[in-house]
Design a protein around this ligand. Structure first.
Ligand code: PLP
Length: 379
């Protein structure tokens, strides 16, 4: 933000607009391309307006947690409704630069939604391998709408990713899963934005962990800003898996991962070792929360904060509430801490989960007496 403002102040506004496909938000490549080693003079600065997402302060959960400041980084506000766009824009730009004609990914949904959108925008074919019966409706709708070739693999996410890797080795398609290093490079820009907005790094970062690319990317971003002396500290990285899909917590792959949070229902994370390194180097933790805790946090966010996210995103807030109840010894009191929770994806992605929770829709006759009575306004 600060960099951008400086840019605008230097009356470079006109050239800034001319250079980017997203005059209103800049886009990840335009704003931070100089901090992404692979982005060079021949990389097309494509954009759908990803990045520059809101950092909003908590109004209610803040008191429950008892920390100094609590913020939510609304990554659900990216163009396809999840943080995946930050890395996808870099991966697709590199695919264009190397003259690839097609993208391939395995996905629990958001990666395919993002790949499909950027492929459509850039005139590439997109192939997505989705685990059978394991993709939220909204995400599937996005891939369909953008015209991706969707293959429903009779297996889980880990099977789909293994196949995608093999196919990309044998055929001329660009693999855009987070095993693609450009993805993590794009995703680290969210950490830059947090520092640019707050003026320094937070003390703690709470984040859901699935394939473990995002926790890795944030850590890289915070470390780079620290080394560049833009931040004076680095946060402790607090990662959260779902209990039924917690390979990093239990220390071995999970064959049949289960959770209401489909985006983190992953049994053998691709960035496992890197996530452990982020945890250990930052003095952080990776723990698990139950589906009940996830749904409780999901409801609280929607009802107390006005934030409708997908269940996977709520996992980190469930983790924060759990941690606040029992922070352990040897760390500063939460009352001095500035905390950011990463709200990774939009609630509209997964309408079934929302409607499955005590949905209150009452039918009424179309007259004022009946409606007023149903509203509870009569005494
Ligand atoms: C992909 C995703 C995650 C998990 O991120 P990883 O990088 O796989 O750990 C969490 N939440 C949402 C909404 C996602 O789309």
């Amino acid at each position: 933000m600060r960099r951008l403002r400086r840019k605008l102040k230097n009356s470079a506004r006109m050239s800034y607009i001319a250079e980017t496909e997203s005059p209103s938000r800049g886009g990840v490549l335009h704003r931070y391309g100089d901090r992404i080693p692979d982005v060079g003079p021949n990389t097309p600065l494509i954009s759908l307006g990803e990045g520059d997402t809101p950092l909003v302060r908590s109004r209610r959960l803040h008191d429950q947690v008892g920390c100094r400041e609590l913020y939510f980084k609304l990554e659900m506000c990216n163009p396809t409704g999840s943080f995946k766009d930050r890395g996808m824009v870099v991966a697709v730009a590199k695919a264009l630069e190397s003259e690839s004609k097609a993208l391939l990914c395995a996905s629990t949904g958001n990666t395919s939604a993002s790949a499909a959108a950027y492929a459509a925008r850039c005139g590439l074919d997109a192939y997505v391998l989705v685990p059978h019966g394991n993709i939220a409706r909204g995400k599937l709708a996005q891939a369909v709408a953008h015209g991706a070739r969707i293959l429903d693999v009779r297996g889980n996410f880990d099977d789909a990713l293994r196949l995608a890797r093999l196919i990309s080795e044998q055929h001329p398609v660009a693999l855009v899963n987070s095993v693609n290093p450009d993805r993590l490079e794009g995703q680290k820009t969210a950490a830059f934005e947090i520092v640019d907005t707050l003026g320094d790094a937070p003390d703690l970062l709470f984040i859901p962990v699935g394939n473990a690319g995002n926790i890795t990317a944030y850590w890289r971003g915070f470390v780079e800003y620290y080394r560049a002396e833009i931040a004076t500290k680095k946060p402790r990285m607090m990662g959260w898996q779902a209990e039924g899909a917690a390979p990093i917590v239990i220390g071995k792959p999970v064959d049949n991962p289960q959770s209401v949070a489909s985006a983190i229902r992953i049994g053998n994370p691709a960035s496992w070792r890197l996530a452990e390194a982020a945890r250990d180097e930052s003095g952080g933790e990776i723990n698990a929360v139950s589906d009940d805790e996830i749904i409780e946090a999901y409801r609280l966010l929607a009802r107390e904060e006005g934030i409708f996210c997908e269940p996977a995103s709520a996992a980190c807030v469930a983790g924060l509430l759990k941690y606040a109840r029992n922070p352990g010894t040897g760390h500063s009191s939460l009352s001095t801490q500035i905390i950011v929770c990463v709200i990774t994806g939009h609630g509209l992605k997964d309408p079934e989960t929302a409607l499955g929770i005590d949905s209150e829709v009452r039918e009424v006759e179309p007259n004022i007496e009946a409606v007023v009575e149903a509203m509870g306004l009569t005494t």
